[in-house]
Design a protein around this ligand. Structure first.
Ligand code: NDP
Length: 480
Protein backbone atom coordinates (compact mmCIF):
# COMPACT_ATOMS: atom_id res chain seq x y z
CA UNK A 1 0.00 0.00 0.00
CA UNK A 2 1.24 3.47 -0.92
CA UNK A 3 2.76 5.36 2.02
CA UNK A 4 2.66 9.14 1.62
CA UNK A 5 5.54 11.13 3.08
CA UNK A 6 6.13 14.61 4.38
CA UNK A 7 7.99 17.06 2.14
CA UNK A 8 10.62 18.89 4.20
CA UNK A 9 13.69 20.79 3.00
CA UNK A 10 13.09 19.68 -0.58
CA UNK A 11 12.95 15.97 0.23
CA UNK A 12 10.30 13.40 1.00
CA UNK A 13 10.72 11.89 4.45
CA UNK A 14 8.95 9.69 6.99
CA UNK A 15 7.28 11.29 10.02
CA UNK A 16 9.40 11.47 13.22
CA UNK A 17 6.85 9.25 15.01
CA UNK A 18 7.23 6.51 12.37
CA UNK A 19 3.43 6.19 12.56
CA UNK A 20 0.87 6.33 9.77
CA UNK A 21 -2.89 6.95 9.56
CA UNK A 22 -5.31 5.16 7.21
CA UNK A 23 -6.50 7.11 4.18
CA UNK A 24 -9.94 5.97 3.01
CA UNK A 25 -11.32 6.11 -0.52
CA UNK A 26 -14.84 7.56 -0.06
CA UNK A 27 -16.26 5.80 -3.14
CA UNK A 28 -15.35 2.32 -1.87
CA UNK A 29 -15.02 2.82 1.87
CA UNK A 30 -11.64 1.01 1.69
CA UNK A 31 -8.22 2.14 2.96
CA UNK A 32 -6.03 2.85 -0.08
CA UNK A 33 -3.00 4.69 1.26
CA UNK A 34 -1.27 5.62 4.49
CA UNK A 35 -0.61 9.15 5.72
CA UNK A 36 2.26 10.27 7.99
CA UNK A 37 1.09 10.92 11.53
CA UNK A 38 3.26 14.00 12.03
CA UNK A 39 3.76 15.92 15.24
CA UNK A 40 5.61 18.90 16.74
CA UNK A 41 9.03 17.34 15.92
CA UNK A 42 8.20 17.33 12.21
CA UNK A 43 7.04 20.95 12.48
CA UNK A 44 10.38 21.82 14.13
CA UNK A 45 12.28 20.11 11.27
CA UNK A 46 10.27 22.11 8.73
CA UNK A 47 10.81 25.39 10.62
CA UNK A 48 14.59 24.81 10.74
CA UNK A 49 14.60 24.21 6.97
CA UNK A 50 12.42 27.27 6.35
CA UNK A 51 14.68 29.50 8.48
CA UNK A 52 17.64 28.56 6.32
CA UNK A 53 15.68 29.04 3.10
CA UNK A 54 14.11 32.40 3.98
CA UNK A 55 17.13 34.66 3.17
CA UNK A 56 17.53 32.92 -0.20
CA UNK A 57 13.85 33.10 -1.17
CA UNK A 58 13.08 36.59 0.16
CA UNK A 59 16.16 38.13 -1.46
CA UNK A 60 15.63 36.49 -4.83
CA UNK A 61 14.55 38.91 -7.56
CA UNK A 62 10.80 39.06 -8.07
CA UNK A 63 11.25 37.93 -11.67
CA UNK A 64 13.09 34.78 -10.58
CA UNK A 65 10.53 33.99 -7.88
CA UNK A 66 7.74 34.57 -10.36
CA UNK A 67 9.38 32.25 -12.90
CA UNK A 68 9.62 29.39 -10.39
CA UNK A 69 5.96 29.78 -9.48
CA UNK A 70 4.92 29.89 -13.14
CA UNK A 71 6.88 26.64 -13.65
CA UNK A 72 5.10 25.16 -10.64
CA UNK A 73 1.75 26.02 -12.18
CA UNK A 74 2.85 24.51 -15.51
CA UNK A 75 4.12 21.43 -13.68
CA UNK A 76 0.64 20.73 -12.29
CA UNK A 77 -0.89 21.33 -15.72
CA UNK A 78 1.56 18.88 -17.31
CA UNK A 79 0.42 16.18 -14.86
CA UNK A 80 -3.26 17.10 -15.04
CA UNK A 81 -4.59 13.53 -15.32
CA UNK A 82 -2.54 12.30 -12.37
CA UNK A 83 -3.73 15.20 -10.18
CA UNK A 84 -7.34 14.80 -11.30
CA UNK A 85 -7.33 11.07 -10.53
CA UNK A 86 -5.76 11.65 -7.13
CA UNK A 87 -8.22 14.40 -6.16
CA UNK A 88 -11.27 12.45 -7.24
CA UNK A 89 -10.13 9.24 -5.53
CA UNK A 90 -9.14 10.98 -2.31
CA UNK A 91 -12.25 13.13 -1.97
CA UNK A 92 -14.99 11.11 -3.68
CA UNK A 93 -15.92 13.95 -6.04
CA UNK A 94 -16.82 13.19 -9.68
CA UNK A 95 -13.68 13.00 -11.79
CA UNK A 96 -15.26 15.48 -14.21
CA UNK A 97 -15.51 18.07 -11.41
CA UNK A 98 -11.86 17.64 -10.43
CA UNK A 99 -10.93 17.94 -14.13
CA UNK A 100 -13.00 21.07 -14.77
CA UNK A 101 -12.79 22.89 -11.46
CA UNK A 102 -10.35 21.73 -8.79
CA UNK A 103 -7.09 21.13 -10.62
CA UNK A 104 -7.43 23.87 -13.27
CA UNK A 105 -8.11 26.30 -10.43
CA UNK A 106 -4.95 25.17 -8.58
CA UNK A 107 -3.01 25.84 -11.81
CA UNK A 108 -4.62 29.31 -12.03
CA UNK A 109 -3.90 30.10 -8.38
CA UNK A 110 -0.16 29.63 -8.85
CA UNK A 111 -0.13 31.40 -12.21
CA UNK A 112 -2.22 34.30 -10.91
CA UNK A 113 0.00 35.07 -7.91
CA UNK A 114 3.22 34.32 -9.83
CA UNK A 115 2.31 37.14 -12.20
CA UNK A 116 0.49 39.38 -9.68
CA UNK A 117 3.70 39.82 -7.71
CA UNK A 118 5.33 41.39 -10.80
CA UNK A 119 2.79 44.24 -10.59
CA UNK A 120 2.58 44.63 -6.83
CA UNK A 121 3.56 48.15 -5.76
CA UNK A 122 3.50 49.90 -2.41
CA UNK A 123 2.40 53.44 -1.58
CA UNK A 124 4.24 56.69 -0.98
CA UNK A 125 2.83 59.73 0.83
CA UNK A 126 4.32 63.10 0.08
CA UNK A 127 4.26 65.82 2.81
CA UNK A 128 4.66 69.10 0.94
CA UNK A 129 7.84 70.88 2.01
CA UNK A 130 8.45 68.36 4.80
CA UNK A 131 9.48 65.03 3.36
CA UNK A 132 8.21 61.82 1.88
CA UNK A 133 6.95 58.58 3.36
CA UNK A 134 7.27 55.37 1.45
CA UNK A 135 5.92 52.01 2.50
CA UNK A 136 7.96 48.87 2.12
CA UNK A 137 6.03 45.59 2.01
CA UNK A 138 8.32 42.91 3.39
CA UNK A 139 7.59 39.19 3.55
CA UNK A 140 6.63 38.09 7.06
CA UNK A 141 9.06 35.16 7.30
CA UNK A 142 7.68 31.69 7.98
CA UNK A 143 3.93 31.28 7.64
CA UNK A 144 1.52 28.40 8.26
CA UNK A 145 -1.19 27.42 5.77
CA UNK A 146 -3.88 24.96 6.91
CA UNK A 147 -6.64 23.84 4.55
CA UNK A 148 -9.78 21.63 4.55
CA UNK A 149 -10.87 18.58 2.57
CA UNK A 150 -13.68 19.87 0.37
CA UNK A 151 -11.60 21.52 -2.39
CA UNK A 152 -8.22 20.07 -1.42
CA UNK A 153 -5.60 21.38 -3.87
CA UNK A 154 -7.78 24.35 -4.91
CA UNK A 155 -7.80 25.81 -1.37
CA UNK A 156 -4.30 24.60 -0.44
CA UNK A 157 -2.83 26.48 -3.42
CA UNK A 158 -5.08 29.52 -2.84
CA UNK A 159 -3.05 30.10 0.37
CA UNK A 160 0.37 28.79 -0.57
CA UNK A 161 0.63 30.69 -3.86
CA UNK A 162 0.31 34.25 -2.44
CA UNK A 163 2.42 33.32 0.61
CA UNK A 164 5.28 32.15 -1.61
CA UNK A 165 4.86 34.92 -4.18
CA UNK A 166 5.24 37.51 -1.41
CA UNK A 167 8.59 35.94 -0.43
CA UNK A 168 7.63 33.87 2.61
CA UNK A 169 8.60 30.31 3.43
CA UNK A 170 5.64 28.06 4.06
CA UNK A 171 4.77 25.21 6.43
CA UNK A 172 1.56 23.79 4.99
CA UNK A 173 -0.86 21.14 6.17
CA UNK A 174 -3.64 19.72 3.99
CA UNK A 175 -6.60 17.98 5.60
CA UNK A 176 -5.70 14.53 6.82
CA UNK A 177 -8.80 13.26 4.95
CA UNK A 178 -7.52 14.44 1.53
CA UNK A 179 -3.71 14.54 1.52
CA UNK A 180 -2.87 13.11 -1.91
CA UNK A 181 -2.63 16.09 -4.25
CA UNK A 182 -0.71 18.08 -1.62
CA UNK A 183 1.70 15.14 -1.46
CA UNK A 184 2.21 15.28 -5.24
CA UNK A 185 2.78 19.03 -5.09
CA UNK A 186 6.17 18.63 -3.35
CA UNK A 187 7.56 16.80 -6.37
CA UNK A 188 6.29 19.48 -8.76
CA UNK A 189 7.75 22.27 -6.60
CA UNK A 190 11.14 20.55 -6.66
CA UNK A 191 11.02 20.12 -10.43
CA UNK A 192 10.09 23.80 -10.79
CA UNK A 193 13.35 24.75 -9.08
CA UNK A 194 11.97 25.87 -5.74
CA UNK A 195 14.89 26.04 -3.28
CA UNK A 196 14.77 23.42 -0.48
CA UNK A 197 12.97 24.57 2.66
CA UNK A 198 10.82 27.21 0.94
CA UNK A 199 7.73 25.00 0.78
CA UNK A 200 7.30 22.29 3.42
CA UNK A 201 4.24 20.04 3.41
CA UNK A 202 3.31 18.10 6.55
CA UNK A 203 0.56 15.52 6.88
CA UNK A 204 -1.40 14.33 9.87
CA UNK A 205 -4.12 15.22 12.31
CA UNK A 206 -5.27 18.75 12.97
CA UNK A 207 -5.09 18.28 16.72
CA UNK A 208 -1.39 17.32 16.64
CA UNK A 209 0.54 18.63 13.63
CA UNK A 210 -1.99 21.42 12.86
CA UNK A 211 -1.90 22.55 16.47
CA UNK A 212 1.91 22.45 16.51
CA UNK A 213 1.99 24.74 13.45
CA UNK A 214 -0.37 27.21 15.14
CA UNK A 215 1.68 27.17 18.36
CA UNK A 216 5.20 27.35 16.92
CA UNK A 217 6.66 30.75 17.93
CA UNK A 218 8.66 31.14 14.70
CA UNK A 219 5.58 30.76 12.49
CA UNK A 220 4.41 34.36 12.35
CA UNK A 221 1.13 34.13 10.45
CA UNK A 222 -1.57 31.51 10.05
CA UNK A 223 -3.85 31.32 7.05
CA UNK A 224 -6.60 28.84 7.87
CA UNK A 225 -9.68 27.59 6.02
CA UNK A 226 -11.99 25.19 7.82
CA UNK A 227 -14.77 24.96 10.35
CA UNK A 228 -15.81 27.83 12.63
CA UNK A 229 -15.07 25.87 15.84
CA UNK A 230 -11.53 25.06 14.68
CA UNK A 231 -11.09 28.69 13.62
CA UNK A 232 -12.16 29.87 17.05
CA UNK A 233 -9.64 27.54 18.71
CA UNK A 234 -6.88 28.75 16.39
CA UNK A 235 -7.75 32.40 17.08
CA UNK A 236 -7.63 31.77 20.84
CA UNK A 237 -4.28 29.97 20.59
CA UNK A 238 -2.54 32.35 18.19
CA UNK A 239 -3.82 35.70 19.50
CA UNK A 240 -1.59 35.86 22.64
CA UNK A 241 1.41 35.28 20.36
CA UNK A 242 0.31 38.26 18.18
CA UNK A 243 0.31 36.19 15.01
CA UNK A 244 -1.32 37.55 11.89
CA UNK A 245 -4.48 35.55 11.23
CA UNK A 246 -6.62 34.95 8.18
CA UNK A 247 -9.61 32.72 8.98
CA UNK A 248 -11.99 31.50 6.26
CA UNK A 249 -14.71 29.59 8.10
CA UNK A 250 -18.16 28.07 7.72
CA UNK A 251 -21.24 29.32 5.93
CA UNK A 252 -25.00 28.82 5.75
CA UNK A 253 -25.66 30.81 2.66
CA UNK A 254 -29.05 32.09 1.49
CA UNK A 255 -30.19 31.70 -2.11
CA UNK A 256 -32.96 34.27 -2.56
CA UNK A 257 -35.28 33.84 -5.53
CA UNK A 258 -37.70 36.61 -6.54
CA UNK A 259 -40.67 35.97 -8.82
CA UNK A 260 -39.25 38.30 -11.50
CA UNK A 261 -36.09 36.24 -12.10
CA UNK A 262 -35.11 34.39 -15.28
CA UNK A 263 -36.66 31.12 -14.10
CA UNK A 264 -34.76 28.65 -16.30
CA UNK A 265 -31.35 30.16 -15.64
CA UNK A 266 -32.11 30.37 -11.92
CA UNK A 267 -33.25 26.74 -11.83
CA UNK A 268 -30.18 25.25 -13.47
CA UNK A 269 -27.79 27.41 -11.43
CA UNK A 270 -29.69 26.61 -8.23
CA UNK A 271 -29.15 22.90 -8.90
CA UNK A 272 -25.41 23.59 -8.97
CA UNK A 273 -25.34 26.02 -6.06
CA UNK A 274 -27.20 23.46 -3.95
CA UNK A 275 -25.38 20.24 -4.79
CA UNK A 276 -22.04 20.89 -6.53
CA UNK A 277 -19.29 18.84 -4.89
CA UNK A 278 -22.06 17.00 -2.94
CA UNK A 279 -22.99 20.32 -1.30
CA UNK A 280 -19.54 20.44 0.29
CA UNK A 281 -18.57 23.94 -0.84
CA UNK A 282 -18.54 26.69 1.75
CA UNK A 283 -20.35 28.87 -0.83
CA UNK A 284 -23.23 26.48 -1.56
CA UNK A 285 -26.65 28.07 -1.05
CA UNK A 286 -28.21 25.66 1.43
CA UNK A 287 -31.16 27.88 2.44
CA UNK A 288 -33.36 28.59 -0.57
CA UNK A 289 -35.94 31.36 -0.10
CA UNK A 290 -38.57 31.61 -2.86
CA UNK A 291 -41.09 34.40 -3.35
CA UNK A 292 -44.57 33.00 -2.74
CA UNK A 293 -45.92 33.74 -6.26
CA UNK A 294 -43.55 31.16 -7.77
CA UNK A 295 -43.05 28.87 -4.77
CA UNK A 296 -45.19 25.98 -6.09
CA UNK A 297 -43.78 26.25 -9.60
CA UNK A 298 -40.24 26.30 -8.24
CA UNK A 299 -40.87 23.42 -5.85
CA UNK A 300 -42.29 21.16 -8.56
CA UNK A 301 -39.55 21.92 -11.11
CA UNK A 302 -36.69 21.78 -8.58
CA UNK A 303 -37.77 18.55 -6.89
CA UNK A 304 -38.27 16.94 -10.30
CA UNK A 305 -34.74 17.89 -11.44
CA UNK A 306 -33.13 16.95 -8.10
CA UNK A 307 -34.80 13.53 -8.00
CA UNK A 308 -33.37 12.78 -11.48
CA UNK A 309 -29.83 13.87 -10.58
CA UNK A 310 -27.34 11.06 -11.17
CA UNK A 311 -25.47 9.91 -8.06
CA UNK A 312 -22.73 7.57 -9.20
CA UNK A 313 -19.14 6.49 -8.74
CA UNK A 314 -16.65 9.31 -9.38
CA UNK A 315 -15.34 7.66 -12.55
CA UNK A 316 -18.77 7.69 -14.22
CA UNK A 317 -18.86 10.63 -16.65
CA UNK A 318 -22.62 10.89 -16.03
CA UNK A 319 -22.15 11.37 -12.27
CA UNK A 320 -23.41 14.76 -11.05
CA UNK A 321 -22.80 13.77 -7.43
CA UNK A 322 -20.10 11.43 -6.15
CA UNK A 323 -19.44 10.27 -2.59
CA UNK A 324 -19.28 12.56 0.44
CA UNK A 325 -15.85 12.72 1.98
CA UNK A 326 -15.98 10.27 4.88
CA UNK A 327 -18.17 7.91 6.88
CA UNK A 328 -18.41 10.25 9.91
CA UNK A 329 -19.36 13.10 7.57
CA UNK A 330 -22.03 10.98 5.86
CA UNK A 331 -23.44 10.09 9.28
CA UNK A 332 -23.42 13.76 10.31
CA UNK A 333 -25.36 14.76 7.17
CA UNK A 334 -27.92 11.96 7.69
CA UNK A 335 -28.35 13.00 11.33
CA UNK A 336 -29.35 16.47 10.11
CA UNK A 337 -32.04 14.93 7.90
CA UNK A 338 -33.44 13.19 11.01
CA UNK A 339 -33.21 16.46 12.94
CA UNK A 340 -35.11 18.26 10.16
CA UNK A 341 -37.92 15.70 10.43
CA UNK A 342 -38.04 16.13 14.21
CA UNK A 343 -38.22 19.88 13.69
CA UNK A 344 -41.33 19.45 11.52
CA UNK A 345 -39.75 19.39 8.07
CA UNK A 346 -40.96 17.30 5.14
CA UNK A 347 -38.38 15.58 2.95
CA UNK A 348 -39.55 16.21 -0.63
CA UNK A 349 -36.83 14.10 -2.23
CA UNK A 350 -33.67 12.28 -1.09
CA UNK A 351 -32.80 12.00 2.58
CA UNK A 352 -31.10 8.63 2.34
CA UNK A 353 -27.93 6.76 1.50
CA UNK A 354 -27.47 5.32 -2.00
CA UNK A 355 -25.97 1.83 -2.26
CA UNK A 356 -24.22 1.38 -5.62
CA UNK A 357 -23.05 -1.90 -7.16
CA UNK A 358 -19.72 -3.42 -6.03
CA UNK A 359 -16.97 -2.27 -5.69
CA UNK A 360 -18.78 0.92 -4.63
CA UNK A 361 -21.32 -0.75 -2.34
CA UNK A 362 -19.55 0.50 0.80
CA UNK A 363 -19.08 4.03 -0.57
CA UNK A 364 -20.47 7.12 1.12
CA UNK A 365 -23.11 8.12 -1.41
CA UNK A 366 -26.11 10.26 -0.48
CA UNK A 367 -29.15 11.26 -2.46
CA UNK A 368 -29.51 15.03 -2.93
CA UNK A 369 -32.13 16.15 -0.46
CA UNK A 370 -34.75 18.90 -0.45
CA UNK A 371 -36.69 19.72 2.73
CA UNK A 372 -39.59 22.15 3.26
CA UNK A 373 -41.81 23.29 6.09
CA UNK A 374 -39.12 24.43 8.53
CA UNK A 375 -38.98 27.60 10.58
CA UNK A 376 -36.02 29.78 9.58
CA UNK A 377 -34.80 29.80 13.19
CA UNK A 378 -34.64 26.02 13.64
CA UNK A 379 -31.30 24.23 13.94
CA UNK A 380 -31.52 22.71 10.46
CA UNK A 381 -31.74 26.24 9.07
CA UNK A 382 -29.11 27.72 11.36
CA UNK A 383 -26.30 25.13 11.52
CA UNK A 384 -23.90 24.26 8.72
CA UNK A 385 -24.64 20.80 7.32
CA UNK A 386 -22.06 20.93 4.53
CA UNK A 387 -23.66 18.16 2.49
CA UNK A 388 -26.25 17.62 -0.27
CA UNK A 389 -29.15 18.98 1.78
CA UNK A 390 -31.12 22.18 1.13
CA UNK A 391 -34.26 23.66 2.63
CA UNK A 392 -36.88 25.66 0.73
CA UNK A 393 -38.93 28.40 2.40
CA UNK A 394 -41.50 30.83 0.93
CA UNK A 395 -41.42 34.58 1.54
CA UNK A 396 -43.52 37.60 0.60
CA UNK A 397 -41.50 40.77 1.03
CA UNK A 398 -37.91 42.00 0.83
CA UNK A 399 -37.93 42.87 4.53
CA UNK A 400 -39.08 39.39 5.50
CA UNK A 401 -36.48 37.58 3.41
CA UNK A 402 -33.70 39.87 4.61
CA UNK A 403 -34.54 39.04 8.21
CA UNK A 404 -34.47 35.31 7.45
CA UNK A 405 -31.32 35.50 5.30
CA UNK A 406 -29.38 37.47 7.92
CA UNK A 407 -30.57 35.40 10.88
CA UNK A 408 -27.65 32.95 11.14
CA UNK A 409 -24.30 33.40 12.87
CA UNK A 410 -22.65 33.12 9.42
CA UNK A 411 -22.06 35.70 6.71
CA UNK A 412 -20.03 34.17 3.91
CA UNK A 413 -21.96 34.48 0.64
CA UNK A 414 -25.46 35.11 -0.71
CA UNK A 415 -27.13 34.60 -4.06
CA UNK A 416 -29.94 36.77 -5.34
CA UNK A 417 -32.23 36.15 -8.34
CA UNK A 418 -34.18 39.14 -9.65
CA UNK A 419 -34.47 41.28 -12.76
CA UNK A 420 -35.23 44.41 -10.70
CA UNK A 421 -32.00 46.42 -10.77
CA UNK A 422 -32.83 48.68 -7.84
CA UNK A 423 -33.86 45.77 -5.66
CA UNK A 424 -30.69 43.86 -6.54
CA UNK A 425 -28.46 46.71 -5.35
CA UNK A 426 -30.64 47.43 -2.32
CA UNK A 427 -30.55 43.80 -1.18
CA UNK A 428 -26.84 43.36 -1.92
CA UNK A 429 -26.16 46.32 0.34
CA UNK A 430 -28.24 44.88 3.18
CA UNK A 431 -27.20 41.22 3.13
CA UNK A 432 -24.73 40.09 5.82
CA UNK A 433 -22.21 38.47 3.47
CA UNK A 434 -18.68 38.96 2.22
CA UNK A 435 -19.69 37.90 -1.29
CA UNK A 436 -23.00 38.50 -3.10
CA UNK A 437 -23.82 36.99 -6.48
CA UNK A 438 -26.70 38.52 -8.43
CA UNK A 439 -28.23 36.21 -11.05
CA UNK A 440 -25.16 33.97 -10.82
CA UNK A 441 -23.27 31.68 -8.49
CA UNK A 442 -19.58 30.90 -7.98
CA UNK A 443 -18.33 33.23 -10.68
CA UNK A 444 -14.85 33.94 -9.41
CA UNK A 445 -12.38 36.65 -10.37
CA UNK A 446 -9.14 35.97 -8.48
CA UNK A 447 -8.51 39.72 -8.06
CA UNK A 448 -11.60 40.26 -5.89
CA UNK A 449 -11.71 40.11 -2.07
CA UNK A 450 -12.82 36.71 -0.82
CA UNK A 451 -14.04 36.01 2.70
CA UNK A 452 -16.90 36.31 5.15
CA UNK A 453 -18.36 38.35 7.97
CA UNK A 454 -19.62 37.31 11.44
CA UNK A 455 -18.65 33.69 12.29
CA UNK A 456 -17.61 33.06 8.67
CA UNK A 457 -14.20 34.48 9.33
CA UNK A 458 -11.71 37.26 9.69
CA UNK A 459 -9.78 38.85 6.83
CA UNK A 460 -9.97 38.50 3.08
CA UNK A 461 -8.11 36.36 0.57
CA UNK A 462 -7.60 37.01 -3.13
CA UNK A 463 -5.74 39.62 -5.20
CA UNK A 464 -3.93 42.38 -3.35
CA UNK A 465 -5.76 41.42 -0.11
CA UNK A 466 -3.79 38.17 0.01
CA UNK A 467 -0.48 39.85 -0.83
CA UNK A 468 -1.13 42.46 1.88
CA UNK A 469 -1.87 39.70 4.39
CA UNK A 470 1.35 37.88 3.60
CA UNK A 471 3.50 41.01 3.91
CA UNK A 472 4.36 43.37 6.72
CA UNK A 473 4.12 47.10 5.97
CA UNK A 474 7.05 49.27 7.03
CA UNK A 475 6.79 53.03 6.62
CA UNK A 476 10.00 54.97 6.00
CA UNK A 477 10.12 58.79 6.29
CA UNK A 478 12.81 60.89 4.58
CA UNK A 479 13.08 64.61 5.42
CA UNK A 480 13.45 67.04 2.51
P1 NDP B 1 -11.80 21.52 10.02
O1 NDP B 1 -11.90 22.81 10.75
O2 NDP B 1 -12.13 20.28 10.74
O3 NDP B 1 -10.33 21.31 9.44
C1 NDP B 1 -9.68 22.24 8.60
C2 NDP B 1 -8.19 22.01 8.68
O4 NDP B 1 -7.75 22.34 10.00
C3 NDP B 1 -7.77 20.56 8.46
O5 NDP B 1 -6.53 20.53 7.81
C4 NDP B 1 -7.68 20.04 9.88
O6 NDP B 1 -6.87 18.91 9.98
C5 NDP B 1 -7.07 21.24 10.56
N1 NDP B 1 -7.26 21.27 12.00
C6 NDP B 1 -8.21 20.65 12.76
N2 NDP B 1 -8.02 20.94 14.07
C7 NDP B 1 -6.95 21.76 14.15
C8 NDP B 1 -6.26 22.40 15.24
N3 NDP B 1 -6.65 22.26 16.49
N4 NDP B 1 -5.20 23.17 14.94
C9 NDP B 1 -4.81 23.35 13.67
N5 NDP B 1 -5.39 22.75 12.61
C10 NDP B 1 -6.47 21.99 12.84
O7 NDP B 1 -12.69 21.70 8.71
P2 NDP B 1 -13.02 20.61 7.62
O8 NDP B 1 -11.76 20.05 7.06
O9 NDP B 1 -14.06 19.69 8.17
O10 NDP B 1 -13.66 21.52 6.46
C11 NDP B 1 -15.00 21.87 6.39
C12 NDP B 1 -15.20 23.29 6.89
O11 NDP B 1 -14.43 24.20 6.14
C13 NDP B 1 -16.62 23.74 6.74
O12 NDP B 1 -17.04 24.38 7.92
C14 NDP B 1 -16.55 24.75 5.61
O13 NDP B 1 -17.56 25.74 5.63
C15 NDP B 1 -15.21 25.33 5.80
N6 NDP B 1 -14.74 25.95 4.58
C16 NDP B 1 -14.66 27.32 4.50
C17 NDP B 1 -14.27 27.93 3.33
C18 NDP B 1 -14.14 29.42 3.24
O14 NDP B 1 -13.49 29.88 2.31
N7 NDP B 1 -14.72 30.19 4.14
C19 NDP B 1 -13.97 27.15 2.13
C20 NDP B 1 -14.08 25.73 2.33
C21 NDP B 1 -14.45 25.17 3.51
P3 NDP B 1 -7.55 17.44 9.97
O15 NDP B 1 -8.27 17.32 8.68
O16 NDP B 1 -6.40 16.56 10.06
O17 NDP B 1 -8.46 17.41 11.16
Amino acid sequence: MKKLQNFINGNYCDPCSGEYIDNFEPATGEVYSLIPNSNADDVQGAVTAAEQAFPIWSNMSIEERSEILVKLSQGIEARMDEFVDAESRDNGKPRSLAAHVDIPRAVSNFHFFATAILHYASESHNMVGVGVNYTLRKPIGIVGCISPWNLPLYLFSWKIAPALAAGNCVIAKPSEVTPYTAYLLGEVAKEAGMPPGVLNILHGEGGSVGDAIVKHPKIKAISFTGGTNTGEYIARTAAPMFKKLSLELGGKNPNIIFADCDFDEMLSTTLRSSFANQGQICLCGSRIFVQREIYDRFKAAFVDRVSKTVVSNPQDPKAKLGAVVSKPHMEKVLSYVELAKEEGGTVLTGGERVILDAPYDKGYFLRPTVIEGLDFKCRTNQEEIFGPVVTITPFDTEEEVLEMANSTQYGLSATLWTSNLKRAHRMANELDAGIVWINAWLVRDLRTPFGGTKSSGVGREGGWEALRFFTEAKNVFVKY
